[in-house]
Structure formats: structure tokens, C-alpha cells
Design a protein around this ligand. Structure first.
Ligand code: LRH
Ligand code: MN
Ligand code: MN
Length: 412
């Protein structure tokens, strides 16, 4: 305590030698090297807003090109071995061939995302639609995605619904809930053993009056009713302004129902900006909860996925930048002095506890991340390595502009 009082009020650098001994530093480094992030196929193709899809020179036009770009991100960062796919955007006839192609590039297929929002039939919803024939179509689509997941050796179905209504009275809200419970139960029953159904929520858009799966409480309730293979997925861009994400994460972790993340950042709505670009402290606080829970005896499996559809920025570089931001938040969370934090909490030292978090957050983790990459045989600066590689020019020449639409999130 005496020593604490004698220190000038400049905060504590967690990487300074007297703060972190060699064994602690080593365990942080090993954790950074083990931590993997899934990137989304749709982040490599042209995508935009409802106003305009700007073409990016060299943007991937089909699944093979998306996999090639994702594989490059993995080669440069060393931590992105899985690629999420979206069906039918990434639909192929021969999944064995896709699997082999991905393996040849050093990656594999991760979560399979059904698409229940782009067919004409889904004007009034999919799994909640009042017409049983449309609900049947939606269930069939998810069952097909389960088959695809099996074919590519993926164990994850990641489900998001655009279902909702635009006007009060448009449909019976409780009837829609019952339809959802019924259709989800059929989907759940078709999961292969060990397969996970991640249920994603979003408070609005494209529906504006009500959304059938609007928040974590609804996703939680449905997942609990379905059973242990169902988990909640938190898309960091899917909350009203001011929501405390770290609290939601802590709550779901404690209830052992958190299954994964879709990382992106937002300022106003579902902006899909580079994760950590707008609210880095919030991202750190989310990881602080995750790291705290990971030290528990029954550490849960959490899938860390990026979900971003870049509009004006270069696709591959934006993806690498996103990975680096996630790694920084994770590394900082690993550096939180948990003993000191617990002491401050027990002593009712409000600002002392805050300062412990701040010390970790303000630590410059770039040298640590660079060391981890060097130990993995990688360039310590993946962005610089990407810029030097010539890959962007190469694909810009090799991939003439597509007509848009099928290769990604069309937006418009
Ligand atoms: C919806 C969402 C969902 C979709 C993806 C393209 O906003 O987050 O995860 O599958 O975007
Ligand atoms: Mn998402
Ligand atoms: Mn979204």
C-alpha cells in the first residue's frame, strides 16, 4: 500500500518489467497466439448501403475468390483459419470441392449463415410468417444449411432473422412468437450431434415497428427452450445507443448461454464499421469480461467472428485492421491485474478499481503483439506486409468488376 501511495500519478505500465514477470508475459503471449478469429466471406465482396454499392477494384466475386482473400488474411495474421459463409450468396454445387479448395489455401469453412431475408416470399417474415407455406420454405432453407454445414465439416449454424412488422396491428405479436418457437424447434431437432445453433438478435432494421428477435433476452429465452446446442450470438452492432455491452456479455457468460460474437463497430445503427474503430474502450471492456470468465474451471466455447460489410474502404486491409483491433483489445484484457482489481473492489475503492482497468487499457500492446507474430514466423506488421505484397494490385487486374448482387451484401 505504502509503495502504491509513493508512486507518481502517471498510471502503471503493465508491460514494464517489475509489473509482469517473465512467466506472466509468456502466458499472455501464448494466449494471443492461440486466439482465433473467423472472418466473413461477405466482407470480401462488394457491399454497401441502401444508397449505393461502390465497387472496390479487386473485390472478390465468388466464394473461391473470397476464400483466397480470407486465406491471405490468415497468412498475414496467423489467427484467422475459418471463414463464415452465407447461403445462398456463397452457394455451390460441389461442397467437397469447396472443402478441398479451402484446405489447399490453409483455411476451412466456419459458421454457415442461412439467409432468410432476400426472397420475395419473405416480405412479411420467414420463420414467423403468417403463411405456413412460407414458414416451410424458410425451415427447408435452414435444413439445407445444416446439410451444407455437415458437408463442409462445420459445426455451426448462425441464424439471424429480419422478421418483424412495420406498423402496429400488422400481425399478432404472440402468434408470431409461437410460430418462431415451432419452426426453431424443427430446426433444432435437425441439428447433427455436437452442432451449435447460434441465435443472433437485432433491435430494428429492416423491420421498424417490432422485430421478432429484438434483443438478448428474447434470444436467451428461445435458446433455453430449445436446449444445450442453442446459444446466443451477440452482434456488437445490434443494440440501441448507450447499451452496456460488457454487462450483457457478463450476464450471458454467467448463464452459460453465450455462443459467439459478430464483431463490428457502430456510431448510429448497424453501421458495420471496423470493430474497435469507434469505441475501443467498450471493446476492451467486453474482452475484460471474456478473459475473466475464461479463467473459470468450465470455460465456455465462444466463437469470435467478424461481421462487417465495408462500403468505402479497401476490403482486405479493413479485415486485417479489424483483426488487429480485436487482438489489441484481447491483449489488453489479458493484462488486467485481476488481483489488484479484486482488492480494490473489496475495499470499495471505486476509482482504484477503474484505474486498474485503465492501466491495462492504456498499455501499448503493439510490441507484445509484434513479438507474438514474430514467434509465429509472421511479419510483425500485417498491414505493412499486405501493402508490400502487391496482392491488391494483382486482384484489381485479375478481377474485373462484377455486376454486383450475388457476391455479397447487396445493400441497395
Ligand atoms: C444482420 C447481420 C446478420 C447477417 C449479416 C450479413 O444485420 O448482422 O448477421 O447475416 O448481417
Ligand atoms: Mn451479424
Ligand atoms: Mn448486422
Amino acid at each position: 500500500m505504502k509503495q502504491e501511495q509513493d508512486q507518481p500519478n502517471v498510471g502503471r505500465d503493465r508491460l514494464a518489467s517489475e509489473e509482469l514477470d517473465a512467466a506472466e508475459r509468456r502466458s499472455v503471449l501464448e494466449a494471443i497466439k492461440r486466439f482465433t478469429i473467423e472472418t466473413p466471406s461477405w466482407g470480401y465482396g462488394d457491399s454497401g448501403t441502401r444508397f449505393k454499392v461502390f465497387h472496390w477494384p479487386g473485390a472478390a466475386r465468388n466464394l473461391r475468390e473470397k476464400l483466397a482473400d480470407a486465406a491471405l488474411v490468415h497468412r498475414l495474421t496467423g489467427v484467422c483459419p475459418r471463414v463464415a459463409i452465407h447461403i445462398p450468396w456463397d452457394k455451390e454445387d460441389d461442397w467437397e470441392a469447396v472443402k478441398a479448395y479451402a484446405a489447399g489455401l490453409g483455411v476451412r469453412i466456419g459458421a454457415v449463415n442461412p439467409n432468410l431475408f432476400q426472397d420475395e416470399e419473405y416480405r412479411f417474415g420467414s420463420l414467423c410468417h403468417p403463411d405456413p407455406a412460407v414458414r416451410r420454405r424458410a425451415v427447408q432453407h435452414v435444413l439445407e444449411c445444416i446439410q451444407i454445414a455437415r458437408a463442409v465439416d462445420s459445426d455451426t449454424i448462425s441464424l439471424w432473422l429480419a422478421d418483424g412488422t412495420n406498423y402496429p396491428g400488422q400481425d399478432d405479436l404472440r402468434a408470431r412468437k409461437h410460430r418462431l418457437e415451432e419452426t426453431l424447434a424443427e430446426i433444432y431437432a435437425a441439428l447433427a450431434p455436437g452442432m451449435r445453433l447460434l441465435i443472433e438478435y437485432k433491435f430494428f432494421e429492416p423491420a421498424f415497428y417490432h422485430t421478432d428477435l429484438a434483443d438478448w433476452g428474447m434470444a436467451y429465452t428461445l435458446a433455453r427452450k430449445l436446449g444445450p446446442q442453442a446459444r446466443v450470438l451477440v452482434d456488437t452492432g445490434h443494440h440501441p445507443q448507450g447499451t452496456n455491452l460488457a454487462h450483457i456479455v457478463a450476464f450471458l457468460l454467467d448463464e452459460e448461454i453465450l455462443g459467439g460474437f459478430h464483431f463490428n463497430d457502430r456510431r448510429y445503427a448497424d453501421d458495420d464499421l471496423i470493430v474497435g474503430s469507434q469505441h475501443p474502450f467498450e471493446l476492451f471492456l467486453v474482452f475484460n469480461e471474456l478473459v475473466a470468465a475464461a479463467s473459470q474451471p468450465q470455460a465456455p466455447r465462444i466463437d469470435y467472428m467478424i461481421d462487417q460489410s465495408h462500403n468505402i474502404e479497401p476490403k482486405i486491409e479493413a479485415m486485417i485492421q479489424s483483426v488487429l483491433h480485436i487482438q489489441s483489445a484481447y491483449a489488453r484484457a489479458l493484462l488486467v491485474d485481476r488481483r489488484r482489481l479484486a482488492e480494490a473492489q473489496a475495499a470499495g475503492d471505486v476509482l482504484g478499481a477503474y484505474r486498474v482497468l485503465r492501466d491495462a487499457f492504456e498499455t501499448d500492446v503493439r510490441p507484445l503483439l509484434a513479438q507474438a507474430r514474430e514467434e509465429m514466423g509472421l511479419d510483425p506488421d500485417p498491414i505493412a506486409a499486405f501493402r508490400r505484397s502487391g496482392y491488391a494490385d494483382e486482384v484489381a487486374r485479375a478481377r474485373p468488376a462484377s455486376k454486383g448482387g450475388a457476391s455479397g451484401y447487396p445493400g441497395a
